[in-house]
Ligand binder design. Sequence first.
Ligand code: NAD
Length: 354
Amino acid sequence: MKATICVLPGDGIGPEVTSKAVAVLSKVASKFGHDFTFNEALMGGIAIDKTGTSLPAESLKTAEQSDAILLGAVGGPKWSDPTASVRPEQGLLQIRKHFDLFANLRPVKAYPALAQHTPLRPDLLDNVDMLFVRELTGGIYFGPRQEQGDGDSAYDTELYTVPEVERVAHVAFRAAQSRRNKVTSVDKANVMAAYRLWRRTVVKVHEDYSDVELDHVLVDACTMYLMTRPASFDVIVASNIFGDILSDEASVLAGSLGMLPSASLGSGTMGLYEPIHGSAPDIAGQGKANPTGTILSAAMLLRYSLGLEAEAKVVEAAVEKTLAAGARTADIAPRGGSFISTNEYADQVLSAIE
Ligand code: NAD
């Protein structure tokens, strides 16, 4: 198959990890006889430095002419002034909105090879395999807000409409049908009106999916259950802010923030694929970045945008094999233990694809 992939390396460790995911996709292309074209474009702090805006029109055009987008991460101390009128994350919010990528899929798996690396009892990690479906283009990150410089009040608004909740709920129920048929909806319906709307809408959508079990968990309780009974979750559907926070918490189960991939999808096959971590300026340029989250994001790209399920599984199996063989980047190495560089780790994943 022929496909064009827009690559937005971004800032910090972004270029280090996206280059590894591109190498993996290239390897998959040659192994399976596909023809992938990679078009690199600017986004984030680097784009601000070069063009004055975090998502230049040319980058958006490159993305529009592609089948999928692979992103590293954006941001860093150089561009962190919260009062600046141009900020790196604006490009990210803009591109999600532009392509109406309303559902953010974040799978979280506990790898047996890394069980000792988490702060949890290893037996709690048996069979941990969950999928967050986070609403991505609505809620408090996009609702009406007021900021008054140094004024003594400010607000953001948690605003959801029925169609926004319906479409993300459909994504969650459909995903559950290809997994273990269970959806947990997270809300704060006991206190907030927006979440009473959320809950009643999810209940209504559930009527179309009688084969899927649905339960509701308040967000505060969910933070606890993720640590005390993580294996009980299958698909978790959550608002923009709750999904953001809970999936970072859940990354502890996988051993490191560097392990987790994500896919942001709309109603068609176009998607944006990125690791859930940020630009990690503290380790940028040191060969310490774990490229797994980005490599697994590339696997999601193969699955969701290109429909190449077998190829996606080959990449996921290569990561498991690499971890099982003992390869460790700094973030997943045992305390005081040895670790290998980003390049060496990625080379082992590439060999495992052979
Ligand atoms: P971060 O995710 O960049 O880093 C948090 C910690 O995790 C750091 O100690 C970092 O070294 C470590 N880490 C992250 N990814 C890693 C990897 N692949 N391998 C090994 N270790 C890894 O979060 P932060 O420090 O809060 O934010 C840094 C910058 O990234 C900020 O400017 C923030 O705005 C931005 N950010 C961007 C995105 C995005 O582009 N989607 C997401 C979150 C944060």
